[in-house]
Design a protein around this ligand. Structure first.
Ligand code: GUN
Ligand code: ZN
Length: 431
């Protein structure tokens, strides 16, 4: 139903340098879930004046967060203490993902998972599923019910894990294509060709992944790259002919403007150059990188002016330690401070909203509050907790308010979430 969502509206510019802010703002949402008009209440056209009002007072009505990398079948294994990435995968992750062969388990889990995203103000995502076709099928189904912008795919992995989560090059490619045909471009859903990483895909599987990416022109591709030293050493052993980790994927046609690579913590100069040239995206997952001891990804290194690589920002749950994109921005700030770069809050909010939308090829429909886009909204309360409220008393600028939120905030600061204009979450004292 059409409505007016009122509060302090915020929307970030794609370059991360500015924000459109209305103290007394309003978002007019039409019946189709799209924004009909947005701006300051005193300029609201008469045509919308009679629409039902949902008033959030002084709270911030901001674009919903977009998580550019998250693992659905890891939703129960946050805080699993591995020695490093490979140990964590073998001890906790593969056994947990094996449980996603069971369609009943998956269907229930998909609802919990998407509700959890909503509770953290996340309205769109690029997600990994398990190796099982039913896992992607059920996640698509649950996202379709919510009219949510979701990109996901069946993970392909045919070696070096445990047999319960192995496919074969042929079944992996066939099931991926079947899922693409069933779900891609249905409503707000998109398919992502999803080879897990070079360690768990044979050459034959990587080759078929590249062929799939080429033959499905509106699909994205997601995988992992250059996350931890142990992983990189193993990739070198498995692919002795490759110049480096990036070259492994390059040889199979996996570098493209539709390709997103999680982590990229240890990418060298040549690799960053190739990523830039091919128009790929590297996804920064700071809470995962610190938790698993993988290393400190440097934004200034990857964004070097001569060959800037496009960057996205993500939780990487369950390697990541929080579903909150606020907490993720906070950790990104700390990791970048350690690499000598001090990001502004506005830049990090822009990455988590309009920036990630562009990287996920969905900037035409979400990521900012603009007429014509879907009303995907996170309502943020800068005084949500006693600590935030005290800090808010001394905040002087909007930058200051946003900075305090990303350092001190999490799901407690998300008072409501809308997807395509429908309220899908409202925080109560018990949540
Ligand atoms: N590399 C391959 N699989 C994974 C995963 O599930 N999580 C993380 N953090 N890295 C990976
Ligand atoms: Zn991951």
């Amino acid at each position: 139903m059409s409505k007016l969502i009122r509060g302090q509206t915020l929307s970030f510019a794609a370059d991360g340098q500015s924000v459109v802010h209305h103290q007394k703002g309003v978002v007019a949402v039409a019946d189709d879930g799209r924004i009909a008009w947005t701006g300051s209440i005193d300029k609201l056209p008469d045509a919308y004046a009679t629409w039902k009002v949902e008033d959030h007072g002084h709270r911030l009505v901001a674009p919903g967060f977009i998580d550019a990398h998250i693992h659905f079948p890891q939703y129960r294994i946050l805080a699993a203490p591995g020695k490093d990435l490979l140990d964590w995968l073998h001890r906790f992750t593969f056994p947990e993902e094996a449980r996603y062969a069971d369609r009943d388990h998956v269907a229930a889990a998909a609802d919990i998972f998407l509700s959890r995203l909503a509770a953290h103000g996340t309205t769109a995502a690029l997600a990994f599923c398990s190796v099982h076709k039913a896992c992607a099928d059920e996640l698509f189904k649950a996202a379709a019910r919510r009219n949510m912008a979701l990109v996901t795919g069946k993970t392909m992995m045919d070696r070096n894990a445990i047999p319960a989560v192995h496919d074969t090059p042929e079944t992996g490619a066939r099931e991926s294509e079947e899922l693409y045909r069933a779900w891609n471009a249905k409503g707000r859903l998109r398919y992502a060709v999803t080879p897990r990483f070079a360690i768990t895909s044979s050459e034959a599987q990587l080759r078929l992944s590249g062929e799939l990416l080429a033959s499905l022109p509106d699909a994205l591709m997601q995988t992992h790259i250059s996350e931890s030293p142990g992983e990189i050493a193993f990739v070198k052993e498995l692919f002795p002919q490759a110049r480096d980790y990036t070259d492994v994927y390059d040889r199979f046609g996996l570098l493209s403007p539709r390709s997103l690579f999680a982590h990229g913590v240890h990418l060298g100069e040549r690799e960053a150059g190739r990523m830039h040239e091919a128009g790929c995206t590297v996804i920064h997952c700071p809470t995962s990188n610190t938790f698993l001891g993988s290393g400190l990804m440097s934004m200034p290194h990857l964004r070097k002016a001569a060959r800037p690589v496009d960057l996205a920002l993500a939780t990487d749950v369950g390697g990541g330690t929080s579903y909150s994109m606020l907490a993720t921005m906070g950790e990104a700030y700390k990791v970048q401070m350690l690499s000598g770069y001090k990001p502004k809050a506005v830049e990090l909010f822009a990455m988590a909203t309009i920036g990630n939308a562009a990287r996920l090829h969905m900037a035409g429909e979400t990521g900012s509050l603009e007429a014509g886009k879907f009303a995907d909204i996170a309502v943020l309360d800068p005084e949500a907790t006693p600590v935030l409220a005290a800090r808010h008393e001394v905040s002087e600028t909007l930058e200051d308010v946003l900075f305090a939120l990303l350092i001190l905030g999490d799901d407690r600061a998300v008072s409501a979430t809308y997807i395509a204009g429908e309220k899908v979450h409202e925080r109560s004292l018990s949540t």
